[in-house]
Design a protein around this ligand. Structure first.
Ligand code: ZN
Length: 307
């Protein structure tokens, strides 16, 4: 059983991990908190960019020698492969960490991940701790992995001329860019969501998106490292993706048209696409923001409690 201090540390690690959203792709955004031998937090870190130190390495660096005999609380199973950086399970073992508390098992490890090596080294390991909460940050990465394509979020604003892209019109909608890798707009232009957040060459966008059909485009983007794509536009942009059930999330901005308004260009225009359910409704200046998720996608994001 994870202690209440460990649960608190995990919630902090999950929150920290979100600093890496959109800049770690194709790597997962991971957070880590190190507790000393009596359970006090002494270091924390997250993975900021592919090619740079992982969350565990950054947290251990901050914790220093006091990590010996302590606990590492980490949102994803520590890696077992040395690449740009040493394997995290080895960093943890070398630092004398006695216990590792993990939210999600790395689906790419296929049983050969860091957990086995940690156990072999005599480290106590607990998994699936607050997994449902860790999914808030790791969900897009995991779903993209399972689908072998980027997760798609359709973003639009309603206006007098119907539905259009939101990112240029509604300043607060630009927060969505911080959790995405790339944006496709209504003119078929493809851009990085937050330029320079990825390391150089970490994601590759096709130069001419028009030469692909929508499925091929998603394949090319996935191969290029894109794990979350925003579609910023109206019905025309999203139609081929919706028709093939490729849209996972919708974020809509509905203007305040007054407490009594006649229906717009038709009931269909006012509705979420079929099969989506609302996951959030919040009030913004002059707009209401409505978030929705496809029903089967939400189930995919649900975490089973079995290893
Ligand atoms: Zn690692």
């Amino acid at each position: 059983m994870a202690s209440s201090l460990e649960l608190q540390a995990m919630r902090r690690a999950i929150a920290l991990s979100a600093h890496g959203l959109s800049s770690t792709s194709p790597n997962p955004p991971v957070g880590c908190v190190i507790l000393d031998a009596v359970g006090q937090p002494i270091g924390e870190g997250y993975h900021a960019r592919k090619g740079e130190a992982h969350a565990e390495g950054n947290a251990l660096l901050a914790a220093g020698a006091a990590a010996k005999g302590g606990t590492a609380v980490v949102t994803l199973e520590p890696c077992n492969h040395a690449g740009h950086t040493p394997a995290c399970r080895q960093l943890l073992i070398d630092a004398g960490i006695a216990r590792v508390v993990i939210a999600l098992i790395d689906p790419t490890s296929r049983g050969a991940g860091g957990v086995n090596e940690l156990l072999r080294a005599g480290v106590s390991v607990e998994t699936h701790v607050l997994a449902e909460e860790a999914i808030l940050v790791l969900g897009q990465w995991r779903t993209s992995l399972a689908l072998s394509r980027p997760v798609l979020t359709w973003v639009f604003a309603e206006g007098s001329e119907g539905r259009t892209g939101a990112l240029k019109r509604i300043p607060s909608s630009r927060e969505l860019l911080l959790a995405a890798d790339a944006v496709l707009d209504a003119d078929g232009r493809l851009d990085e969501a937050t330029p320079r957040s990825h390391g150089p060459g970490m994601i590759r966008l096709p130069a001419d998106p028009h030469q692909f059909d929508h499925r091929e485009l998603l394949e090319a983007l996935h191969a290029g490292g894109v794990r979350h794509l925003l579609l910023d536009g109206g019905a025309e942009l999203v139609a081929p993706f919706l028709a093939d059930d490729l849209v996972d999330h919708v974020v809509a901005y509905l203007p305040d048209r007054g407490p009594s308004a006649s229906s717009g260009p038709g009931v269909q225009e006012l509705m979420m696409p079929d099969g989506f359910h609302l996951t959030g409704v919040s009030r913004l200046p002059r707009y209401v923001k409505v978030s929705a998720t496809r029903r089967d996608r939400a189930e995919q994001d649900h975490v089973s409690s079995s290893p």
